[in-house]
Design a protein around this ligand. Sequence first.
Ligand SMILES: Cc1cc2nc3c(=O)[nH]c(=O)nc-3n(C[C@H](O)[C@H](O)[C@H](O)COP(=O)(O)OP(=O)(O)OC[C@H]3O[C@@H](n4cnc5c(N)ncnc54)[C@H](O)[C@@H]3O)c2cc1C
Length: 401
Amino acid sequence: MKQQKNTAPADAPEPTGSGVVPFTPGPFSLGMKYLEIQQEAREFARSIEPVAAAADEMSEVHPGVLKALRDSALTQLMVPGEFGGRFARLDPLAICVVREALMATSSHADSLFALQGIGSYAITSAGTQAQRAHWLPRIASAEVLAALALTEPEAGSDLKSIKTEVTVVDGGLRLNGTKSFISNAGFAAYYLVFAYEDSGFTMLLVPADAHGVSVSPSPELIAPHVLGEVHFDNVLLPDSARLGARGTGLSLVLATLGVFRVSVAGAAVGLAQAALEEAVRHTRTRVQFGRPLARLGPVAQMLADSWTEIEMARLLTYRAAYMAIDDPVASLHHSSMAKLAASEMASRVVDRCVQVMGRWGLMRGSKIEKLYRQARPMRIYEGASEVLRLGIARQLTEEVV
Ligand SMILES: Cc1cc2nc3c(=O)[nH]c(=O)nc-3n(C[C@H](O)[C@H](O)[C@H](O)COP(=O)(O)OP(=O)(O)OC[C@H]3O[C@@H](n4cnc5c(N)ncnc54)[C@H](O)[C@@H]3O)c2cc1C
């Protein structure tokens, strides 16, 4: 499918001091800054295409993809300019546009990219100057990998039911507990750990090599992912390991979701677009009943519905990401809507694409089969659809006068 011509209008505003170009609502197109980033991300995706299929089947970090990411400047988008970042502050729309391009080619690359921000934002928000100066430039260059550890064996959507606990001891803090399904486990240089403290919640920065930290494998998923269980056994930490004040852990999780939840929607749009393009290539050339499949009514209808739904989700996603630039937490319900809509859409679209490709949609090792598997977890991580709906409905009932 040809990329839509998407040029910035001549009167596109100049970048502001924050490096954020205001969205130009008239023609509903991305501004020049975002088009350039999109181009950069697409070129990166093309460069790793030869290894994407292999990397996406790995539950360890693919060295070639990591090297390519380090050689690119993409992860500079994940930290503020003061610490080696691209712009003065993080730009959720730029991050979205990159994830859209990466996920279309490789979920492995998408995850490595996304985690650099998801696993460092609490340091950006609440780290000390020394913590920021130490970690953020290394995150920006992808010299080290980041991880955010919220989920536990008994606590998923119900985050407040975690059991990992931090207590104050002589000379610092002691951490005990287990985190489950943690992306980048075993490869990250540190874990941002969400822990229970004094009937509140605290976020801790725990170096991966701290005494008492160990990692074991998570179960293999239908769509492999770099995942592990992280165990904290009487880990002793200095007071400075607590990010921000005691009891502010939940607000740091919210701040992280505010910036990054919408980026999952961007990735879902990219995945759906890639699936549709596979289906179009197949149905344009395969002839049944004397006509290309794409000209047979029900098949044409599935293609048309899919394209339409992708465009709807992309618009919602870009808009929510744009809203998140200025106040990510205030616009979190828009990010939730975009994540819900785009991830559910991606599942529907990729399912239709498999259907219109007939038996070619079922071949193990094919791109469409890979996308079919990869779409599924997106409706579960970073806010499962049902839980997002609860939050969106709550917001709605509060807003309507
Ligand atoms: C690929 C992948 C990567 C991940 N990476 C990380 C990571 O890096 N760090 C991390 O901390 N976690 C990570 N996770 C874990 C992820 O955050 C959890 O899977 C997610 O929070 C959902 O929790 P759960 O799987 O325990 O499902 P559950 O919470 O048990 O939910 C199961 C089902 O019940 C529904 N449900 C739950 N509560 C309600 C409710 N109140 N009302 C209605 N329905 C409800 C859910 O929507 C879902 O459909 C990852 C997961 C995956 C699959």
